[in-house]
Design a protein around this ligand. Structure first.
Ligand code: ADP
Ligand code: ZN
Length: 523
């Protein structure tokens, strides 16, 4: 009966001729009352997978959504299509909320959007009981389901409670949807929402039209950025910075260098923010300099580059933010500027968090970003591996590591010096101190520990601090050293290190060379 009509319903209610990949499978399973977890990248068309069933199923569909703005936006779009949808959240007066609930009970509403904190209020539960007995409850759709997980990038404690609804309404099918879920988050969603024999639908997260690149951040990076923006003159570009002050400064600097742009961050008034956003979307101004406050639910199809001028907090976030480029399927660039200083700054911010569990999670996530940035492997493969998606072996041909021919050189001697020094200092010190010893620095700490008497003291004077730091990081990256964290990080020899020290392994590092963009002539 109804299943025959999904194609017609798609056309009739939404005006689309065909389903996007995966949509129909999900819709059909939902119509059969299956619990489901749907993973689709942003823009993949998740909303339709509950909106369409909601119209075909007899009762009311409840949609849990975390952001009031998104809720309002979706509901107005549905209403514009003549679909009976509404929302209840804290932005409404008590009377208005009650009026909408009554409309739902009398069957005038097919889709009711609700904020998670409202869902478990006793009054709302009573309302749901009532709906169940009258028009019936068809489906509970949980949008942005990764919010249940502390391991996701957007944990919301209220989401944790949603699972209790399962006990209260055991027959109500649950459809969980998200664009971001690592293996760990996926498990959390299944457990927390108590999904029953769920079908897990995973769409590919690969975005072949996006090219990925990481650049070392240094004094010349601003000039590189300007160069990139000049090459993309007139095209839409988003630049992400970590802090509001970072946004303000970069925005002003670019303006002074003749690059028309607007800032966007949570410190601006709502009016200015929405005005800047509008002007960017309307192509009044090509460049938007923003914190990650920008972007949730924004779909501008023709963004030609997303540039991270500071380190992102985690790879899921990076995937989301960079994924705002090239929604139209045309080529677009995702460029990340990376340096060790940013890493230190990010770690400092993390240690300011009070909760130890959150610190561990945040450091772990940061570590993944660093691995992505320092890796010499295909960036696309790395990025997708965090969504447990495997790319076929071979070259993606659209990331810096795949398109650049990497030249490496034998640095076994340097590695040996480094590891020997770690050994001689009994694996109890951080990278800075080890490098001080190798470079023969005369610090108080070195004098206190008599480290100037070690045979490795001053053995690597000829190389700069930065070079030794790069060696240290490469040793970590290639698993010749293991980092451990207690109060501060210490570095430990592992079986690879032992092999290297015994002459049974070699250590290669990339030769520094990457002027893809030459430095612009000074104006
Ligand atoms: P998501 O929630 O996965 O980020 P949305 O549900 O917001 O994605 O859908 C992204 C865009 O794709 C929306 O503008 C939507 O109208 C459009 N869309 C969804 N399904 C289809 C379809 N079958 N055909 C054409 N456009 C679609
Ligand atoms: Zn690649």
């Amino acid at each position: 009966m109804k299943l025959l009509h999904v194609d017609q319903a798609l056309k009739q209610y939404f005006g689309y001729d065909t389903f996007r990949p995966g949509q129909k499978d999900v819709v059909e399973a939902v119509l059969e009352q299956q619990d489901m977890l749907v993973l689709m990248p942003t823009g993949g068309g998740k909303s339709l997978t509950y909106q369409l069933p909601a119209l075909l199923l007899p009762g009311l569909t409840i949609v849990v959504s975390p952001l009031i703005a998104l809720m309002q936006d979706q509901v107005s779009r549905l209403q514009a299509n003549g679909i009976e949808a509404t929302f209840v959240n804290s932005s409404l007066s008590y009377e208005e909320g009650a009026r909408r609930e009554r409309a739902a009970m009398s069957g005038q509403i097919k889709l009711l959007y609700v904020a998670p904190e409202r869902l478990l209020k006793p009054s709302f539960l009573t309302f749901l009981e009532h709906v169940k007995k009258t028009v019936g409850l068809s489906l509970l759709a949980v949008d942005e389901a990764h919010c249940v997980s502390e391991w996701g990038h957007d944990f919301r404690p209220e989401y944790r409670q949603i699972g209790t609804l399962r006990n209260r309404f055991p027959d109500l099918p649950i459809l969980a949807l998200t664009a971001t879920a690592t293996e760990r988050v996926r498990r959390d969603i299944l457990e927390q929402l108590k999904l029953r024999q769920p079908i897990i639908h995973i769409a590919s997260f690969n975005r072949p039209n996006l090219s990925y690149e990481v650049r070392k951040k240094h004094k010349g990076s601003y000039a590189e950025l300007v160069q990139i923006l000049r090459q993309k003159q007139g095209e839409s570009v988003i630049i992400y910075c970590l802090s509001r002050s970072g946004v303000e400064k970069l925005s002003a600097d670019l303006q002074a260098d003749g690059i028309d742009n607007l800032p966007y961050h949570a410190g601006l008034s709502p009016r200015v923010r929405s005005e800047n956003q509008e002007r960017f979307i309307r192509d009044d101004v090509p460049v938007l300099v923003a914190t990650i406050a920008f972007g949730m639910g924004i779909a501008k199809p023709d963004v030609r580059a997303v540039i991270h001028y500071d380190l992102p907090k985690n790879l899921e976030g990076y995937y989301q933010e960079s994924g705002r480029a090239g929604r139209d399927g045309e080529p677009a660039d995702c460029i990340l500027f990376f340096n060790y200083g940013d890493r230190m700054r990010a770690e400092y911010f993390i240690t300011q968090k009070e909760n130890e569990q959150q610190q561990i999670i945040a450091l772990n996530q940061l570590q993944q970003v660093i691995q992505y940035s320092e890796s010499t492997q295909c960036r696309r493969r790395l990025l997708l591996s965090y969504f447990s998606e495997e790319l076929p072996e071979g070259n993606c041909n659209n990331c810096d590591n795949c398109t650049r021919s990497i030249e490496t050189e034998d640095r076994t001697e340097d590695a040996r010096k480094f590891l020997t020094c770690v050994y001689q200092t009994r694996e109890r010190f951080g990278l800075n101190h080890i490098i001080d010893i190798i470079r023969g620095a005369n610090t108080q700490k070195i004098r206190d520990y008599h480290h100037n008497q070690l045979t490795t003291y001053g053995c690597g004077k000829e190389r700069s601090r930065d070079e030794w730091m790069a060696i240290g990081h490469a040793l970590l990256q290639q698993h010749f050293l293991t980092e451990r964290r207690d109060n501060y990080p210490t570095y430990h020899l592992n079986s690879n290190a032992v092999k290297l020290l015994k002459g049974q392994a070699e250590f290669y590092m990339e030769v520094e060379a990457r002027p893809t963009y030459s430095m612009p002539a000074t104006a």
